[in-house]
Write a protein that binds this ligand. Sequence first.
Ligand SMILES: [Zn+2]
Length: 174
Amino acid sequence: MSPDHGRTQPTVTDRLVQANAEYAAAFTDPGMDARPVLKVAVVACMDARLDLHAALGLELGDCHTIRNAGGVVTDDIIRSLTISQRALGTRSVVLIHHTGCGLLSLTEDFRHEIEAEVGQRPPWAVEAFKDLDQDVRQSMQRVRTSPFLPHRDDVRGFVFDVSTGLLREIDPQR
Ligand SMILES: [Zn+2]
């Protein structure tokens, strides 16, 4: 089975691979193609407390989930959304930030500290923020103004409360 690297304790990845074997044993081919059934792409933070499928009532095959630190709309998120819309037929975009996000406690100093440590400046911005609502608005704006996206009329933004499980919608105009 898995290669033995001389460890006695299984690693976390070993545990995941074991769980997958059980998953696959009970799996039946759903026979779906790659186009999301609900024609929606959800952009969200990678936070471990955010279970998008459970929180939004989503089933396998319903949506694209595109995640990064903060759920911020970077060039790479635009790349994924462009492929999602142009090649795989999605039309709606849902943006989700959340309370207690790690990016609320970071600043661009994070980048400078890395540069001081490794002698090379990361080419990316940290995209840290102090105001969740304002960052959701900025993210909505970045999607709505992207020339690459053919569908920009149904873009909504939310903050997910990790203590109540509830979404709060952000007014894009404020
Ligand atoms: Zn987060």
